[in-house]
Design a protein around this ligand. Structure first.
Ligand SMILES: *[C@@H]1O[C@H](CO)[C@@H](O)[C@H](O)[C@H]1NC(C)=O
Length: 326
């Protein structure tokens, strides 16, 4: 074989290999449970406004609640930095809206974040950069990834590229890494589907920025209802958690155990427009600021929503008997 052919073969193999790595797997992270096998998680969304619009008040209450519950980690459902994400990895908004706001000792835990539509304006790659983790070691933001926490597996999904209108609007969205869009979305759906199918965790929780079911101003995200929802239902996902609508909300499914939980009350709220909804499915809606917690054990997931003075506004739980190999 000539050197040329040899090189060409190597390049081709290398190319195939790269392609299969990119397609086959979502990056995985592990987070241990507490010694008793339980897990306490806090969920916040739509927050980064340099402390304004009650962001600091929410943060203060998160700190108190996280201390009481001994929160293990914090999930951000996206729209981390308003209005237009970060300009670059040195953007002062990262300190002003994150590091200098969530200062309580109980919040000095790992944060797992996804990108919201506002984060995709200006420089989407900045929030994904390890430089930010150097600036604040709590920070981990990725487009789509899996977090295994023994009794529960979280599947973080990049929902912004699903939305047709962002590809039609005049806003400047940073689509680096997302184009060609059709391939990006079909690979992502395939990855999420196979990861869910292979999961042996008792609880499966999917996290994205955009709503699937919501009575808020944005309402349902039709692209996710069409493309992602059937995958969640087919794989017995327990919870879909999102932000985007600046409210706290719990909607149940008419035809499956899947629950839709919105935690988008991290700062600006009080939109004042709530759509009518079937009261059998609408378990809870709060138009103001606040956050959500999950208390997870092998047999039970408890969900609680809090306002900015620490009132528990809504409480819900689900149990599962575990016949798994003991
Ligand atoms: C801050 O929260 C309080 C209590 O919920 C509310 O009355 C007030 O309108 C909020 N302020 C803003 C700017 O949202």
């Amino acid at each position: 074989m000539s050197l040329f052919h040899h090189l060409k073969l190597t390049v081709t193999l290398f190319g195939l290999c790269l392609a299969s790595v990119a397609i086959a797997d979502l990056q995985r992270f592990e987070h241990p449970t507490k010694a008793d096998g339980s897990l306490s998680v806090m969920v916040i969304g739509d927050w980064g406004r340099r402390g304004t619009h009650n962001q600091s008040e929410v943060a203060l209450q998160m700190g108190k609640t996280a201390e009481k519950l001994d929160t293990d980690f914090i999930i951000s459902t996206g729209d981390n930095f308003y209005e237009d994400g970060l300009t670059d990895v040195h953007d002062a908004a990262f300190d002003e809206s994150f590091t200098n706001i969530y200062t309580a000792p109980s919040l000095q835990k790992q944060w797992y974040a996804v990108l919201g539509n506002h984060d995709y304006r200006s420089n989407a790659l900045a929030q994904l950069s390890p430089v930010l983790t150097k600036r604040d070691s709590r920070w981990l933001c990725m487009r789509s990834f899996i977090l295994n926490a023994e009794i529960v597996e979280f599947f973080f999904v990049d929902t912004t590229p699903f939305r047709d209108k962002y590809f039609q609007e005049d806003h400047t969205y940073d689509w680096r890494g997302v184009l060609p869009r059709k391939d990006y979305l079909s690979n992502l759906l395939k990855d999420v589907d196979s990861a869910l199918r292979e999961s042996t965790a008792t609880w499966k929780i999917v996290v994205g920025h955009h709503t699937m079911r919501s009575a808020g101003i944005h309402g349902d995200t039709i692209e996710l209802v069409a493309k992602l929802l059937p995958i969640l239902q087919a794989n017995n996902v327990d919870l879909y958690i999102n932000g985007h609508d600046h409210c706290l909300e719990h909607i149940s499914s008419p035809d499956s155990p899947l629950q839709f939980l919105t935690s988008g009350g991290g700062s600006k709220a009080w939109r004042g427009k709530v759509k009518g909804w079937n009261p059998k499915e609408m378990k809870f809606y709060y138009d103001g600021q606040g956050f959500m917690t999950l208390q997870i054990t092998q047999n039970e997931v408890g969900v609680q929503f809090y306002d900015i003075v620490g009132n528990v506004l809504h409480k819900w739980s689900v149990t599962k008997s575990v016949y798994a190999s003991i």
